[in-house]
Design a protein around this ligand. Sequence first.
Ligand code: ADP
Ligand code: MG
Length: 714
Amino acid sequence: MTALRHVGPARATALAQLGVTSIFDLLTFYPRRYLDRTRRADVASLAVGEEAAVVGIVRAVRARRTSHGRSLVEVDAAAGEESLRVVFFNQAWRERQLVAGTHVLLYGRLEDYRGRRQMTNPVVDVIVGVDGEVRDPSRVGRVVALYPSSERSRLTSWEIGGYVDEALRRSGSLSDPVPRALRDSLGLVDRTAAFWAMHRPAALDDVEPARRRLAFDEFVRLQLALAQRRRRMVAVASGVVHPVDPTDIEVAPGAPGGSLLRRFLAGHRFALTGAQRRVLAEVLADLARPTPMQRLLQGDVGSGKTMVALSALLVAVDGGRQGALLAPTEVLAEQHAASLRADVADLRVPDSRVLGGERALSIAVLAGSLGVRARAGVLTGLADGSVDIVVGTHALLQEDVRFAALGVVVIDEQHRFGVQQRAALVARGRERSAEGRDPDVLVMTATPIPRTAAMVTFGDLDRSVIDEMPAGRQPVLTRWLGARDQTECWERVRAEVARGRRAFVVCPLVEGSDRVIAASAVSERDRLAHTELAGLRVGLLHGQMKPGEKELVMDQFREGALDVLVATVVIEVGVDVPEASVIVIEDAWRFGLAQLHQLRGRVGRAGDRGYCFLLGDAPSDESRARLEALVGSHDGFALAEIDLDLRGEGTLLGSRQRGRSDLRVASLRDDEDLLVAARDAAASLVEDADVSDELVGELRLLAEPAEVGFLFQG
Ligand code: ADP
Ligand code: MG
């Protein structure tokens, strides 16, 4: 940075603290806001609180110290017919600058000070000095960029602006990697003009076109990095061509024989929905190809993703390979295994090592709590191929896990796993599989992600969406009772239990250690069991319980030995108990919208009416809006869009450091058209070998894979 004229080592260090270590960083260090000094106003016409530029003549100036020892300069100015008091704190030099008779342009917010109009620390341009000399007319009345400066870096916005000016002047006309035709079709200004207008707009209206152009560049860099990541993966991949018969999907119920998949679908208690069929066809097509599948399966809560996942796992087994299902929690892993076992109970697979040449399909669980002996048994089965499908938690990622031939990996609830873990899993799948091939990967998520966000966070995955619910599913009746009378809620719980249904009660999210959270769940269970729910069989589930205890409670609840399950959010993802028809969420405002939607998805799955009660008052407009949105809509994708609006996109992408591939001016909400165009542009860039080296080189420079990596760290 010391190449700039006024930047020495100290300033360079200060700039580095702002993340600026190159001219490119400086050019993309965008203003936080602008002062529109072209908007001159008459003091008389301004209301207190308004920001404007006012022309005035200094009448008198006084300097003194406040009682706290700060320097204070007070100026009396005449602004047209009005008089204006201007005060400056800690700017003692203003006394020398603003001598009586000076004509100034003052930019600031109009205040009322004991009945007088006043500005505090306004931006000042001297128009005509006392000597009658006209000062720097180019600076007067312009739109001025204000940069985010910080105490720590000790750089003022004006200093930064000066460096930016120099960088703009000295870099001259920048080459533009986006071809003119594409720019024109998207209505984008060229890059040099965009940088100028962003930093030195002639008018405020020039800023937005510049921002759009620079936003497009941000999206292109990001998408290009994702497209390259994908291309690299494909280039080095050594995938499996699974045996697939696409007509299996259309098999008639009860039809005999054929592949495992065919027998599974023909024997299943219900037919696939149209959306499940379409998505499964996409998955099967991937499985039949030699390049490993990298697919995201999105579907709202209850849309039936599990059947698609199981189908993919069965295709692996059909080819004599193994399938692995990675779940975020042990409770879920157990549940998945239990329901998979039930679903495939009568499926048999060939095995030359056993008497009769065939055996039952074998499904094992690998979780952290497994005893040493049991774990060793599962590991042996995975290594010798006698386990066909393994369902596990992070324990599946441990060093000593080896497979005979891992064919398909399904990752449930991707948001719990980072992109890096996903990549590591695939790499290990190859290393650890005796066959030495890359498994196909299906990532499932029930957390609806707005389209734009999915393009950014899962841009390296193909995408399938189950956009249809199984027939007969009724929307869950959702009521927000606030802190009012909650009789309705507990009466409903009793009524549902009376007709053989079950209820969840979700404990408030309390702050504190796992122990504190568990304690609050225990006391809430005890309270309910003695008051509102006296006489019912009320169970408890929280994170501090031993895995065996959790399993026992879940089993009891599933079988109906418990009527009500009081639980911390461990039930959030995926727990499937068809008889559960009511969910009560205490202090509902503490939960995020996506989480509430997930929780609500736990009930109303068996084709009859489900009920969701939200308790507790909302302390803010935002939390109220969240709860009202949940009451008003049952569509996870619509809710995700609302969530994006309510919370802003910062939270959506998570907190992260500034990097060159960060989105600074691009907005996932407002720039969807640009994002789509950027993705297409990036795709054609990596596909098209004829593309200019300059373009590829530059974009590669800006999109270092390492940075893209940390951008997405979980
Ligand atoms: P999710 O997408 O939330 O993981 P699941 O796969 O758990 O959804 O399915 C939700 C419920 O719907 C389960 O009880 C499942 O048995 C049932 N289900 C799945 N597919 C169908 C279908 N095609 N017809 C009827 N019910 C289905
Ligand atoms: Mg699920």
